[in-house]
Write a new protein. Structure first.
Length: 333
């Protein structure tokens, strides 16, 4: 970023003016997801503040805690609160870079900046199988297309909706899809599973003049900023259709555009796929990101292993005490 250094002794510097400058730079760099996050954070804090926002008043432990309490009163999720707080933290680090005399490394210690794992995002094998093998009872093309996109995202190794929407026809060649992840820029190469071929054939963009593989962004206005705004609208519509789809096929279960990706990662993990392979398949920037996906299921996996161990030992009847003692000795070594 080219944002010039702002001296901290200028207590009159307004957060809104500074963040607007950062947002403009992010827009120039075509980092539209970041533009969306920074803009949402600024609008939220402006509603909370109801007036001027001098940075010296904003970046205090007390003020940040008041903002967190305000967000909680509005029943925002912990992940949303964390997103806003981490965005403010990024702004603070621009103003007072870590390692400089004015930087307070503990400023955000009392507010939530972690990512709370959403264990309910993943479907079970049975639920995913129901979506995979059940045709809709009514001929609703929009729901059928939403179901097809959701299944393709799962079959294509948990592909995010933003990557599915931006796939080009030229990305498909020799039975493979080669594309770059929108979020990280990392190149992904995957073989198209045979289960995905009928869906690709039926729901691909039939317009020969279109560059896109699917007709999700065809009517988007020119300009990358406008394209991202149009994508956001398509994402909202997709999630709306998924909600209607779940009511028909999975009553009581909530699904969203994230569900297919989390389901693929979770089922792969439970099948014993190494975390490093899952990380590579998802196109994560590091194994640490993948571990965030899978952390909620660690205890569940250990509990199942423990149940299996106890059942195995129990088969020995009268020798169970002896086996437990042996296991205990092994653990204590």
């Amino acid at each position: 970023m080219n944002t010039e250094r702002i001296e901290k002794d200028d207590g009159r510097l307004d957060l809104s003016l500074y963040m607007t400058k950062v947002i403009n730079e992010l827009s120039e760099d075509k980092r539209y997801p970041a533009v969306h996050t920074y803009t949402s954070t600024l609008h939220s804090f402006a509603k909370f503040s109801c007036g001027a926002m001098p940075v010296n008043d904003v970046f205090t432990p007390g003020r940040l805690k008041e903002y967190e309490d305000w967000l909680l009163q509005r029943r925002l999720s912990w992940n949303t609160i964390s997103t806003y707080m981490r965005t403010l933290q990024a702004v603070y680090n621009r103003l007072s870079p870590p390692g400089t005399p004015e930087h307070n490394a503990k400023l955000f210690d009392d507010v939530y900046t972690k990512v709370k794992s959403q264990t309910k995002r993943a479907l079970t094998e049975e639920q995913m199988g129901r979506l995979l093998h059940t045709d809709l009872a009514v001929p609703c093309k929009k729901l059928q297309r939403a179901q097809a996109y959701f299944l393709l995202m799962f079959l294509l190794r948990g592909m995010p909706f933003i990557d599915l929407a931006h796939l080009r026809k030229r990305d498909v060649r020799d039975g493979r899809i080669v594309y770059r992840r929108h979020k990280t820029g990392k190149q992904i190469t995957l073989r198209i599973p045979r289960e995905a071929l009928p869906l690709l054939k039926e729901f691909k963009d039939k317009d020969a003049a279109s560059l896109y593989l699917f007709p999700i962004l065809n009517d988007a206005p020119e300009g990358e900023d406008a394209l991202y705004g149009y994508y956001q609208k398509a994402l909202r519509n997709f999630n709306k259709m998924l909600g209607a789809l779940a009511k028909r096929l999975l009553p009581g279960i909530r699904i969203s555009s994230y569900t297919a990706r989390h389901t693929w990662a979770t089922l792969a993990y439970h099948m014993g796929m190494p975390v490093g392979i899952i990380c590579q398949a998802l196109g994560h920037s590091s194994v640490r990101v993948t571990e965030t996906y899978l952390k909620p299921f660690e205890n569940e996996k250990v509990d199942k292993a423990n149940r299996k161990l106890i059942s195995a030992v129990g088969k020995y009847g009268g020798r169970s005490r002896e086996c437990f003692n042996l296991l205990q000795d092994m653990v204590l070594r």
